[in-house]
Write a protein that binds this ligand. Structure first.
Ligand code: GN1
Ligand code: MG
Length: 359
C-alpha cells in the first residue's frame, strides 16, 4: 500500500500529488506529502515494535501538544496533528502499520549538524523552554511509552545478556568496544542511582533532544518548535542537556566511520550550555546543575551501549543502511565519551561559570 493512499485517510486540504520519504529518524518512517493546493503535511509510520501501545503514545502526543498550544498562540510554535476523516489522531492502515499526520512547518530548517554556534545556542533555548513549559504538565497522566528508556543500569543488563548469547558471533570483532563499555558500567549507573536515592528530581522531559528534533525559522534562525514527542516522559533534566551535547557538540555525524573526525567541540558545548541554562537553569536544583556534564557523558555512553547491543543482536532496533552501521555509531559515541573525559575539567568549569553568570 503506498503512502499517498494512506495519506488520503487524513483530513487534508486537497488530494496528495506527491509523497516522498523525508527525515533521518532511526525508528519511525517519515514522508512529506504535498497536495494539489500546494499544502504540505508530514505523514509518519509509527514503529509499533518499538512503541507497542500506539494509542497511549498518541494520547501523550495530543496532551503534550495541547498543553504547549495553550501557552503559545503562534501555530508554527507547536506541532499540529491532522485528524483522520473519522476524527481520530492516527489510523491503522491495511498494510498493518499505524500512521499519523502533522501539519508541515513551513519556512523552517531542521539541522543534522549545527552550521554555527548560534544555531546550536537557539536549539538549546528551544529545549530549555520546552522543559519550562512542561514543568506544570501533570506527569502522572503521561504513559511511559518505552519503560526504562534512559535507565542506564537496565541498558547494561540488556547489553550483557545479548553479549552472553552473542547470537551472530559478532563479539569477536568488537572486543575493544565491549571492554570500553564494561569498564565504565559502574559509573554508567550513577545518575539512575541518584534518582532512586531521591538526590535528583524526576521531571517531564523530552528524552531525544537531538538537534534535528528542533525546527528553526529559516530566515531568523530562531526556534519554532520541538518535534518528535514520542519519548516525552518522566525523566532527568540532565539527559535532555546531555543528549543535545552528544549529538550537536560533536564535530562529526553520529555514524562517521572515520573516528579522527569525531571530537567534542568546546565552543558548541559552551553555546549550548548558555542557551539551555539561560532558559531553564533557574528551575534546576544545584545537584542537577552540577551533574549536567556527567549526564552528557553518561547519555553518550548509554547510547553507545545501545548501538553496540543492537549490533550484537543483529540490528533489530535501529534502522541500518550499511554493514556494521550500528558498530560505527557505537564507536562515534565511545570516541565522544573519551573526548569528554579528556575535557572533563573544562566541561565542569563552563557549566559552573555559565550558571554563576545567570542574572
Ligand atoms: C532514535 O529515531 P530517532 O533518530 O529520533 C532513538 C533515540 C536515539 C537516537 C540516536 C525511540 O531516535 O533514543 O538517541 O535514535 N529513539 C528511540 O540517533 O529509541
Ligand atoms: Mg526520535
Amino acid at each position: 500500500m503506498n503512502a499517498a493512499a494512506i495519506a488520503s485517510a487524513f483530513r487534508m486540504e486537497g488530494n496528495a500529488v506527491s509523497c516522498n520519504p523525508s527525515g533521518n529518524g532511526h525508528i519511525n518512517k517519515t514522508y512529506t506529502v504535498t497536495t494539489g493546493t500546494g499544502h504540505r503535511y508530514i505523514l509518519q509510520n509509527i514503529n509499533h515494535r518499538v512503541f507497542q501501545d500506539v494509542d497511549a503514545l498518541m494520547n501523550n502526543v495530543v496532551a503534550v501538544t495541547n498543553h504547549l498550544r495553550a501557552r503559545c498562540a503562534d501555530p508554527r510554535r507547536v506541532l499540529t496533528l491532522v485528524p483522520t476523516l473519522d476524527g481520530a489522531f492516527y489510523t491503522l492502515a491495511q498494510d498493518g502499520n499505524y500512521y499519523r499526520m502533522f501539519e508541515f512547518v513551513e519556512n523552517s530548517v531542521c539541522l543534522d549538524q549545527a552550521e554555527n554556534e548560534n544555531d546550536f545556542f537557539q536549539s538549546a533555548v528551544a529545549f530549555g523552554e520546552f522543559q519550562n513549559q512542561l514543568a506544570d504538565f501533570p506527569a502522572d497522566t503521561l504513559v511511559e511509552t518505552i519503560p526504562h528508556f534512559h535507565d542506564t543500569i537496565d541498558r547494561y543488563r540488556q547489553f550483557k545478556e545479548v553479549l552472553r548469547r552473542d547470537p551472530l558471533g559478532r563479539s569477536r570483532d568488537c572486543r575493544e568496544d565491549i571492554a570500553f563499555a564494561l569498564v565504565r558500567e559502574e559509573e554508567g549507573g550513577t545518575l539512575v542511582r541518584m534518582l532512586q536515592d531521591g538526590k535528583l528530581p524526576l521531571r517531564v522531559t523530552h528524552n531525544d533532544t537531538k538537534l534535528n528534533n528542533v525546527m528553526l525559522d529559516r530566515d531568523t534562525r530562531t526556534p519554532l518548535c520541538v518535534i518528535d514527542l514520542d519519548t516525552v516522559m518522566p525523566g532527568l533534566a540532565g539527559n535532555d542537556f546531555g543528549d543535545s551535547i552528544r549529538f550537536g557538540a560533536s564535530t562529526a555525524e553520529e555514524d562517521e566511520p572515520d573516528l579522527s573526525k569525531v571530537h567534542l567541540s568546546m565552543p558548541l558545548y559552551t553555546a549550548f550550555t548558555k542557551g539551555f541554562l539561560g532558559a531553564c537553569g533557574k528551575s534546576l536544583t544545584p545537584i542537577e546543575i552540577e551533574t549536567l556534564p556527567l549526564a552528557a557523558k553518561l547519555i553518550t555512553l548509554e547510547l553507545g551501549v545501545r548501538f553496540l547491543t543492537d549490533h550484537l543482536q543483529g540490528d533489530t532496533y535501529f534502522s541500518i543502511h550499511r554493514e556494521n552501521h550500528n558498530l560505527d555509531r557505537c564507536r562515534t559515541q565511545f570516541k565522544l565519551v573519551s573526548e569528554m573525559e579528556a575535557h572533563w575539567d573544562e566541561m565542569n568549569r563552563v557549566v559552573k561559570d555559565v550558571y554563576e553568570g545567570l542574572a
